[in-house]
Design a protein around this ligand. Structure first.
Ligand SMILES: O=C(O)CCC(=O)C(=O)O
Length: 247
């Protein structure tokens, strides 16, 4: 018997949908409760606090809260549950015109002193056809701001198409293993200040970045999932081929 699938919510109004089309991103305030975020933070912290760390989460012990945790949704049911929040499912269905599926998740611990990620377009890393990918970036701290390494976005750049990417220029600020957009004046980027439970939805072509966490004692945890429309497919990346439905 086919499972009964409730229709997706419609959390976005016309203005928010228009804003996304024009600017390449839209911020939704307070999409999940502090209790849920706190429970998830504790759970994710415990994953790398185990001895030994599970294979899928293993990394250099000295950097375990600096390095992002890749694809917890593939291994962990709590991570999958947060990936499928009804408000996320609904907003994505409105923005994509059809149901979305998840292809990637990342949890950023980003403890003080951790580097940010240089300006880039997500499509550069995750090609998909047809191009439908949208990220949902959830703030997992009371406040995410310039000091603890918030996201910066460059409104309207999702209309520029895919730009060339090259070596990261400022290794003091940004992770070295990623790449950086070239030939664009990124000084037009603006910070996105967020509170716990806010979700930023942004296009795969929007130029965005984050800086080093320069705070003394404020972490910058966040959970970021990447979604494509259900009829779209990830190209070239065997590791991200599997589609996770949101219901
Ligand atoms: O959260 C960050 O610091 C960077 C995240 C990002 O660029 C992304 O998810 O594409």
């Amino acid at each position: 018997m086919e499972a009964i699938k409730p229709p997706p919510l419609k959390p976005l109004n016309e203005n928010q949908i228009d804003f996304f089309r024009e600017n390449g991103y839209v911020l939704l305030k307070k999409c999940c409760s502090d209790d849920l975020v706190d429970a998830f933070n504790g759970h994710i912290y415990d994953i790398r606090d185990q001895t030994p760390m599970p294979d899928w989460a293993a990394c250099d012990e000295r950097k375990k809260y600096a390095v992002r945790l890749f694809n917890p949704h593939k291994h962990d049911s709590f991570s999958r549950q947060l990936m499928k929040l009804p408000i996320i499912r609904g907003a994505l269905a409105q923005l994509m015109g059809r149901e979305a599926v998840c292809v990637q998740s990342m949890y950023f611990y980003k403890e003080p002193g951790s580097p940010g990620q240089a300006s880039h377009q997500d499509y550069y890393y995750i090609k998909n056809d047809p191009m439908t990918m949208i990220a949902a970036w959830t703030a997992m701290e009371d406040l995410v701001d310039e000091e603890n390494g918030c996201l910066w976005v460059m409104p309207g750049t999702h209309k520029l198409g895919l730009l060339p990417h090259g070596a990261v220029k400022n290794l003091e600020e940004h992770e070295s293993h990623t790449e950086e957009t070239e030939g664009v004046d990124t000084s037009r980027q603006i910070p996105v200040i967020m509170e716990k439970g806010d979700i930023l939805f942004f296009s795969e072509l929007l130029i965005h970045s984050s800086n080093k966490n320069r705070s003394k004692d404020r972490w910058r945890r966040s959970y970021v999932c990447h979604y494509i429309r259900e009829d779209s497919n990830v190209l070239h990346r065997e590791d991200l081929r599997q589609k996770y439905p949101l219901y």
